[in-house]
Design a protein around this ligand. Structure first.
Ligand code: UDP
Length: 314
């Protein structure tokens, strides 16, 4: 039985990865320091013989007994609100945490996949974003702590690959959504769903002309699974190229939730908020034979079912 370590296991994407690897017949070791993760996301796995959980901060030395075949490094605060609140921890988990896990991979002779992000492209001047684009990042802006940690993470991962011959994989994740997103993480989808269900104003930042391209979590997990098992070590974008403005997105959620009290309000646009974002997924298609399968109508419906259960209406 293959053994996989998943960091950030109690988070949104990490917990879905745990489910997938359990389903594929792996022994899964989850690790999380729970600063943004939630044990509720993985408690259904506790009774399973082939699931273990370690409450640990990977920015400190990581010890895992026994053999490891794969490591997936998904630990990090990942929403703009979270990394503004926890700038130092965000920098540490992307740098020191990644270094620790690369060292662990080397000592266990394991293959490691690290979670990078479309944020490495910053506020992109090339559209859609191809993997060869180097990005337009403000290192000292509010997003710098996340963007630069992830850029360093890619650099040190490539260094371990070239210098130590470590088997490495780098996925650049674009906006992803689905059940288990944290309601209070400030990201646009949990914010809009919570506000629409409660009959409040949906907080559109700026005029809502900025664009994003939203990928359903099951599609992302499939892409990550294929990348891990591929023999390709250069970064690969995984995301859904279907691009919309934030205003259109607010309107879709208003129509879906259909709460007569919900409406749109405008808040200030955050500093360095990327104006447009869309993945070029040619590489994922050609190398992994991967394309997203769940369209936004279907994905939003499934996600709405989740938020209906967790959003408290006073
Ligand atoms: N946004 C918004 N209202 C919110 C939260 C976010 O209009 O309540 C906008 C934000 O300015 C950005 C987009 O939605 O342009 C996506 O923001 P998110 O925080 O989800 O992630 P990002 O893609 O910026 O990392």
């Amino acid at each position: 039985m293959k053994r996989v370590l998943i960091t950030g296991a109690a988070g949104f994407i990490g917990s879905h990865l745990c489910d997938r690897f359990i389903k594929e017949g792996y022994h899964v070791i989850g690790m999380d320091n729970l600063i943004t993760g939630d044990l509720k996301n993985i408690e259904h796995l506790y009774p399973l013989e082939h699931f273990e959980f370690y409450h640990h901060d990977v920015s400190k030395f990581v010890h895992v007994p026994g053999e490891l075949d794969y490591i997936l490094h998904f630990a990090s605060p990942a929403s703009p609100i979270d990394y503004l609140k926890m700038p130092i921890q965000t920098l540490k988990v992307g740098s020191l945490g990644t270094h620790n896990l690369l060292g662990l991979a080397k000592s266990k002779k394991a293959r490691i996949l690290i979670a990078s992000t479309s944020e490495v492209y910053g506020d992109p001047l090339v559209h859609p974003q191809v993997e060869e684009y180097w990005g337009n990042v403000n290192p000292i802006g509010p997003r710098g702590v996340y963007d630069e940690a992830k850029r360093f993470q890619e650099a040190i991962t490539m260094a371990y690959h070239t210098y130590h011959g470590l088997e490495t994989r780098i996925v650049r994740i674009f906006n992803t959504y689905g059940p288990r997103m944290r309601q209070e993480d400030g990201r646009v989808l949990p914010a809009f769903f919570s506000q629409a269900i409660r009959g409040e104003g949906l907080t559109v930042f700026g005029e809502g002309n900025q664009t994003r391209s939203f990928c359903y979590v099951d599609d992302l997990v499939e892409g990550i699974y294929r990348l891990l098992l591929s023999d390709y070590h250069m970064p690969v974008n995984i995301g859904n190229p279907s691009e919309i403005t934030i205003m259109q997105f607010a309107k879709e959620i208003l129509a879906l939730v259909n709460n007569p009290k919900a409406h749109i309000i405008y808040n200030a646009l955050p500093v360095d908020d990327p104006k447009q974002r869309q993945p070029d997924i040619t590489k994922a298609k050609e190398i992994l034979g991967w394309t997203p399968k769940v369209d936004r109508a279907e994905g939003l419906q499934r996600t709405y079912e989740y938020f209906k259960q967790v959003v408290k209406v006073s």
